[in-house]
Design a protein around this ligand. Sequence first.
Ligand SMILES: *Cc1c(COP(=O)(O)O)cnc(C)c1O
Length: 432
Amino acid sequence: MNKMSLQERDNKIMWHPFTQEKNAPLPIEIKSASGSYLYDFDGNKYLDVISSWWANLHGHSHPHIADAIYKQASSLEHVMFGGFTHEPAVSYCEMLQKILPTSLKRFFFSDNGSSAVEIAIKMALQYWSNLSGNSDKKLLLCFDGGYHGDTFGAMSVGVSSGFHGSFKNFFLKSLVAPYPATWVDDNDIEKKESEALKKLETILNEHAHKIAAVIIEPLIQGATGMRMCRPEFLNKALKMIRDKNVLIIFDEVMTGFGRTGTYFAMDQLSLKPDFICLSKGITGGALAFALTVTTEKIYEAFLGDGWESAFAHGHTYTANPIACSASIASLELLQKEDTWDKIRMINKLHDAMITQLQRCAHVKHVRVCGTILAFETNNETTSTDITHKMLKKGFNLRPLGGTIYVLPPYSITQDELEEMYEHLFNCLTSSE
Ligand SMILES: *Cc1c(COP(=O)(O)O)cnc(C)c1O
């Protein structure tokens, strides 16, 4: 009797994320991963140029993170976080606080990006009702093309992402402000930005008294196609929003931990948020983990004599010690000067590719922010075709619709990244 392959066994039992299971190609069987590579059972390797959905920071199966996980798992694997605490949780937050704006000083753990967003939204809504008893502030404001996760609160502020159409009748109420996405040599940007600001002003004048909070992925919208905007725009937009007494949530689930060339995207902005949501790279890509960080002012609004003002939210694995220890190890690596040399190298190499990419027939709207480069192809057929060819050559570059993007782990070497670009140019020009 033939033994079933892993693909066949998977096909019989598994339901994959973000996949139309009827016609999806069989998944690639991965045996192991190390550094910037994934390895299959036939000895093929794939350079993980998109960091396994933007989670991996320092390379796969990193010994420093693996060691921290092993040590923690052998001494305290978990304890409930209601009524208990432990060293890894407190140490990690103390460490992280040193690289966050001083105003962000209260840390609430969860275990995925959607939950981190859900928590920020719930805190914002309850903040206003705690202050006034019965608040009018029940609306949320988001930006066109924003994506914040797949739970209901997160979907409600991702209405325009195009991901959640089947659930649109079940959402919280949100308003959508325009988002002036931009790229290198975008001649219309000033006009797009001033129109967007004008529309935002109209929305705020009419509704600000009913808006609890705004949520934004600062500098780059990830899931809807690495859509970048200028800090100048965000500085103006966020100032208008804050002046109208609306709380500000930064969803840095993708942009956090160095991706944009600074520890956080907000480091490039003049105004600091009331909440920041972190996940994806937090453990270096090893474990499911997340944080919502807020200010003392928000925290204090939940202090009271009764249960009613408390934040009635928590997850079984809140502040899991193993995940905290992995996060400490990952942050230690991120704080090394070597890592920042790598981040700068990736950025420089992306920048050096812009002109050559702009010359390719199928390519438009090339853009770079920190360690991320993205461009548009003609359509989804082109991007799928190109990334399929790249996969055959050993490069994992999964497109987002018609967008192709490069978002490598910081373990990648200059030679590896240059080789990847060489193959990418070959694929781009051979399909002209
Ligand atoms: C991925 C992502 C989320 C959702 O995180 P999950 O861990 O997949 O739930 C939320 N916001 C942004 C900006 C993301 O990129």
